[in-house]
Design a protein around this ligand. Structure first.
Ligand code: PLP
Length: 459
């Protein structure tokens, strides 16, 4: 076949991104500022200082510089496992018998198994540079904790991971992997913190939640000398680091003159989606492209499609600053969906603003449909997808089938954020048909909305 685009589109080391792409800088209307929960004024670097590293605070508050240089040491860190594969899904196209071209960017080849290492590396690097000696964080499904354990192992930092108790019991291999990299694992809620003790006193048998683990990790960071807290999604500096995904994809596609018409990603807190779309959305905002962008979320945790656009806390104990975002309310506890990485009540503020301004579309899917799509995909493409990432597969297949019906030769790009190797319990439950779909009722959602703070900005 002449001029056939290769199945794997490689980048050379020279073609790797030298800058991150700060999408907010190109937006005509910016996302609303993060507010201090006490004063309700925009937070300052000093407000965030006790919790986060200086390097990331500067990035978090920057909505004017479009290109932010990636320090040489982080470019080196990235080179250890990047560029990640960009794959033309010829077999999937053939199976669907669609005129559409389908591409996916696969972030699951590093040991942590997902895109999260792209931000874990920089966050540990800045902490090391600032002379800190330890970090704390939380993990739900375990991907973020593993990525941070790898990064802290690399930069010789101590790491304490508060892991949602049910997950630590369900995923013993995640725990072993984090410990092998030198991290200390504490099932949350625990009696090592005041917030943990409070939650345990109220419900000694609780399985924990992400919001609760965040509260514990922040408390320890603030109380410990030379220690800060790191977060793996939701915040804008995380999206900034993840823009490496979109920049690599764009550089590779540009080599062959390919321009995606539809770009799809799964959305938990928004970091892999935000990173993938960043440079493409920039072109759209500049009027240079007509691409569509689609966020896919679980029907059990529908922050975009059924959430409210409001200022809310990032954690259950209401200790974080207030972020204006699509939210289900800080005490919304999603049902036990297998896509653990998508079980978060809120959504990144930049993506929330893009959604509100109709630049980003969103849809929700139930997990049995998502696993149907995952199985179709892995049978022809060979790659075992994470349950989270399979939400994007579902939408990509649906869009390819629309192209088939209309006879349209669109270019579809989706983010395959991780591997499913640590999710075999989920696949087992799909195989033996014990998997069920839970969609919250309006009454369930009202209960969550009631926890959104009653402040003038939300009127
Ligand atoms: C954590 C995770 C997600 C969800 O997080 P985002 O910040 O929305 O990207 C999606 N896929 C995988 C594989 C994850 O580990």
């Amino acid at each position: 076949m002449k001029n056939k685009i290769p199945t794997r589109i490689y980048l050379t080391e020279d073609e790797m991104p030298k800058n991150w792409y700060n999408l907010r800088a190109i937006m005509k209307e910016k996302p609303d500022p993060i507010l201090h929960p006490g004063t309700l004024k925009p937070v300052t670097a000093d407000d965030l200082g006790p919790v986060f590293c200086k390097g990331v605070i500067e990035q978090e508050l920057d909505d004017t510089n479009l290109l932010i240089p990636i320090p040489d040491e982080i470019q080196d860190f990235y080179r250890a496992y990047r560029p990640s594969p960009l794959i033309r899904a010829y077999y999937l196209e053939k199976m669907l018998d669609t005129p559409a071209e389908i591409y996916y960017k696969f972030e699951g080849t590093n040991t942590s198994g997902s895109h999260k290492l792209n931000s874990a590396g920089p966050q540990a690097y800045y902490a090391m540079k600032e002379g800190l000696t330890s970090l704390t964080t939380e993990t739900g499904a375990g991907q973020w904790g593993t990525a941070m354990a790898m990064a802290c192992g690399f930069y010789n930092l101590k790491l304490i991971v508060y892991m949602v108790k049910v997950s630590s019991e369900q995923k013993p291999y995640r725990k072993a992997l984090m410990e092998a990299y030198g991290a200390q694992l504490i099932p949350s809620p625990s009696n090592t913190t005041e917030s943990g003790k409070k939650i345990l006193a109220a419900d000694p048998n609780t399985g924990g939640s992400l919001g609760c683990a965040i509260s514990e990790a922040i408390e320890v960071a603030v109380k410990t000398d030379k220690c800060r807290y790191v977060l793996g999604s939701v915040l804008n500096h995380v999206l900034l680091h993840q823009s490496v995904i979109g920049l690599e994809t764009k550089a590779a596609l540009d080599k062959y003159g390919v321009k995606p018409d539809i770009i799809i990603g799964c959305a938990g807190g928004g970091s892999n989606l935000g990173g993938l779309i960043a440079p493409f959305m920039g072109e759209k905002i500049e009027g240079k492209s007509n691409a569509r962008f689609i966020a896919v979320e679980p029907a059990s945790c529908p922050s975009f499609t059924r959430g409210r656009y409001a200022y809310d806390f990032g954690d259950t104990a209401k200790t974080t600053p207030l972020i204006r975002m699509q939210t289900l309310g800080n005490d919304f506890i999603p049902s036990a969906n297998h896509a653990g990485g998508l079980r978060y009540h809120g959504m990144n503020s930049t993506l929330s603003k893009l959604y509100k301004d109709s630049l980003l579309e969103a849809r929700s899917e139930v997990q049995t449909d998502v696993f149907d799509a995952a199985i179709k995909f892995m049978k022809v493409e060979g790659v075992l997808p994470a349950p989270e990432s399979s939400h994007a597969i579902k939408a990509a297949i649906d869009e390819a089938l629309v192209c088939k019906k209309k006879g349209e030769k669109k270019v579809i790009l989706f983010g395959l954020s991780g591997t499913g190797f640590f999710d075999m319990t989920a696949y087992a439950s799909y195989n033996n048909k014990t998997m069920s779909d839970h969609i919250p009722s309006d009454t369930d959602l009202e209960r969550g909305f009631a926890s959104i703070p009653d402040i003038p900005q939300n009127k």
